[in-house]
Design a protein around this ligand. Structure first.
Ligand code: HEM
Ligand code: HEM
Length: 312
């Protein structure tokens, strides 16, 4: 049986060239569709975005910039700890709740790998940030910017998608209005992927009551893990495409809107974005060796002896 890394390398050997060929075919097809007079009516009926509904605010406020930054910050630690749990590698330590510190919590404390403990800590911050974002989104009317309010969003998203693929990209000003493809993907990220991560994560967590688990079906371990992993791959794919498009469709303007709350073409957004990356990298570097020490402040930690390297 080949090793997983060998299998991965073999799969990549045919997956990458196939993806490139598919992409080239899709670009050629999209360009042909856009050049064909028969489709001109479709593109003028569905230009790629819906007119903004009445009362929709213009601009991206600073609180949204902060929520967006914190979301990326927490996601990095969630994804990396999730991948460690998924790899089933031997954790360097295990954490158990200290009953003396939490005498009111019932049930015997469960032992968690340090990766799961850290995953749950950052999940809590991610969820709190998500809740604050949602409250402000609805309180300020910003939800109108990402909620698809008519079925016309579907053909418009198709139109925007063909325009992106044809490499003649839709004119876009995220400060005023998102195009339909952005609207659908932001809506899915906020209102589908987020809640699905939370629900399936809670189902897998020790907090989930044992009487509500089933061997199979929607409440089963397998289904929850499959859906939870699906969210992981969705977030990774979304982020790659999202950041690629942000940086290739007027990067300075886009970064100003989401990192400096202005719609100019100056350099402030770029500076703030680079600063945010530095903060994320700094936190990553600082926490690298300190997670077990942090865990010790909140519970009983049992460190595992280092594995002996095989000789030769
Ligand atoms: C760190 C790299 C990232 C950059 C540079 C970035 C940049 C941006 C920009 C410029 C916008 C405004 C849209 C536009 O004008 O086109 C935006 C919106 C958005 N981004 Fe990101 N983004 C990043 C990471 C992420 C991640 C990791 C997620 C979630 C998985 C995310 C989710 C969203 C959502 C949901 C919106 C719409 C928010 C709203 O208007 O309420 N972004 N992003
Ligand atoms: C929103 C709140 C979340 C909660 C409460 C949560 C909770 C959990 C729990 C309890 C586990 C199982 C740990 C174990 O088996 O020891 C887990 C695993 C995992 N989580 Fe999360 N999680 C959340 C969000 C996320 C997000 C947003 C992602 C990805 C972007 C993610 C990625 C993963 C991965 C990849 C695994 C490993 C799954 C496997 O074993 O196959 N989680 N999570």
């Amino acid at each position: 049986m080949p090793q997983p890394t060998v299998r991965l390398r073999r799969s990549l050997l045919w997956l990458v060239p196939s993806a490139v060929v598919l992409l080239v075919v899709a670009v050629l097809l999209a360009r042909a569709v856009r050049a064909d007079a028969a489709f001109a009516g479709f593109f003028s009926a569905y230009p790629g975005e819906l007119p903004p509904p009445e009362g929709m605010p213009v601009g991206i406020p600073p609180w949204l910039n902060w929520a967006h930054f914190l979301n990326s910050f927490f996601l990095l630690f969630i994804v990396t700890s999730g991948l460690r749990i998924r790899s089933k590698e031997r954790p360097p330590a295990f954490w158990t709740r200290d009953p003396a510190r939490f005498p009111r919590l019932s049930g015997s404390p469960k032992r968690l790998s340090i990766h799961t403990w850290w995953h749950l800590v950052v999940d809590t911050l991610f969820v709190l940030n998500g809740l604050a974002y949602l409250v402000l989104l609805f309180a300020t009317g910003q939800w109108l910017r990402i909620a698809p309010l008519s079925w016309e969003v579907v053909p418009n998203a198709l139109s925007a998608g063909i325009q992106y693929l044809s490499l003649d990209w839709p004119v876009h000003d995220g400060w005023v209005n998102y195009n339909s493809l952005q609207q659908l993907s932001y809506f899915a990220t906020v209102f589908v992927a987020g809640p699905l991560a939370l629900l399936t994560g809670l189902r897998l967590s020790p907090a989930w009551p044992a009487k509500w688990t089933r061997p199979n079906g929607v409440l089963g371990d397998r289904a929850a893990r499959l859906a939870h992993n699906g969210v992981l791959w969705y977030y990774i794919a979304f982020t790659v495409v999202h950041v690629f498009l942000v940086l290739t469709t007027g990067a300075r303007h886009n970064l100003n809107t989401m990192y400096a709350s202005n719609d100019g073409d100056g350099w402030l957004g770029v500076v703030m974005f680079l600063l945010s990356l530095a903060v994320i990298a700094g936190a990553w570097w600082f926490l690298r060796q300190r997670i077990t020490a942090l865990a010790k402040r909140t519970g009983n930690v049992r460190e595992m002896p280092a594995l002996r390297q095989p000789k030769g």
